[in-house]
Design a protein around this ligand. Structure first.
Ligand code: TRP
Length: 338
């Protein structure tokens, strides 16, 4: 146990989780919890950076994210579920790292640039808290001295930045932090139901883990399929294109009957199956996938005290390690006065 490698990863509590979260991150986490000591962070400070005007959403989402995590099979006996702001050492380490990192390097972070440009385009204020979140995320990862960070593709720039922070600290003050690595999942990014590059709540193109069978059916029915060429496929007798076809990307990812998928692809290419049938089979496949998750979710929804206990216990586990790390940091930086 002592030399077991450590993971920290997390999500922002800003809404329900969807199939994109599952493929990009959760699937990987579920596997890795058996091999690593895991800290799964619910990053509420980070959510405040651009959702402080909707603290109710953050409140609900902290519980919902924890419920989703339990429902997909993250095991709180093995892994710690942590509420970020309940371990104020996250803020403390963020402060030290802020002193360390040059502004011009910070401003080069491509993800931060894209996101601030987006907020500006929407005429939203960019708070200092938001601007600082890549540093805060580095502190999240380095506080428990994690070696590995399993994340979706969109987070890789932040892990790169975290590596810079760790290297810089170590160079200036001696080896305190491991330099963590990112690990991206089997399918790093899931297209939205509308064919856009990313599934996301704000684009309204998601299928949620908490969707009931009817909701799944409606979302799949409205989904785009063949998006190549000038004209979308209109008739079952038109030869269709399987590549880049969201319906088939979802079949690949979620259908447990890959023989059925192979057959559908053949018929689609030949023009002997309708989009309607492809989508019906997809609805069934997604519902088969979600059914056990729904069953577990129902239990946790009836036992909110259990979910709260899980969060409090996990948070307490990280707190112990966090105090040690801050002590290491203060010693290394010689922030010791009395
Ligand atoms: N930025 C991540 C997201 O938007 C959430 C997050 C916060 C995170 N701290 C982290 C991810 C530390 C990995 C490691 O989903």
């Amino acid at each position: 146990m002592a030399d077991q490698q450590r993971i920290l990863t997390g999500m922002r509590p800003t809404g329900q989780l969807h199939l994109g979260h599952y493929l990009g991150a959760l699937e990987n986490w579920i596997q890795m919890q058996h091999e690593y000591e895991c800290f799964f962070l619910i990053a509420d400070y980070q959510a405040m950076g651009d959702h402080l005007d909707d603290i109710g959403l953050i409140q609900r989402s902290v519980i919902e994210v924890a419920t989703d995590w339990l429902a997909v099979g993250l095991d709180p006996e093995k892994s710690a579920f942590v509420i970020q702001s309940y371990v104020p050492e996250h803020a403390e380490l963020t402060m030290y790292f802020s002193m360390l990192m040059p502004l011009n390097q910070h401003q080069k972070n491509p993800t931060l640039r894209a996101e601030t440009a987006q907020l500006e385009a929407e005429n939203q204020n960019i708070t200092l808290g938001f601007f600082n979140y890549p540093i805060s995320q580095a502190a999240d990862i380095l506080l428990p001295k994690a070696h590995l960070v399993p994340v979706g593709e969109d987070q890789v720039a932040h892990i790169e930045y975290t590596r810079n922070v760790a290297r810089r600290f170590n160079r200036l003050y001696g080896e305190v932090f491991p330099v963590p690595r990112a690990r991206v999942g089997r399918i790093p990014r899931l297209v939205g139901t509308d064919g856009q590059a990313k599934m996301s709540k704000s684009l309204n193109n998601a299928v949620y883990l908490a969707d009931d069978p009817e909701a799944v059916k409606q979302r799949v029915r409205r989904m785009v399929s063949d998006i190549t060429g000038e004209n979308p496929r209109m008739r079952a007798t038109d030869p269709g294109v399987v590549e880049y076809n969201p319906a088939f990307l979802y079949h690949d990812a979620f259908n447990d009957d890959q023989d059925e998928v192979a057959e559908l692809k053949e018929r689609y290419t030949a023009g002997t199956v309708s989009d309607g049938e492809v989508k019906e089979k997809l609805t069934d496949a997604i519902n088969r996938f979600l059914e056990p998750i729904r069953e577990r979710r129902a239990w946790y929804e009836e036992h909110p005290d259990y979910v709260r206990d899980v969060l409090n216990a996990g948070t307490e586990r990280e707190r112990v390690i966090a105090r040690e790390t801050i002590e290491n940091v203060r010693q290394a930086m010689q922030v010791v006065y009395t």
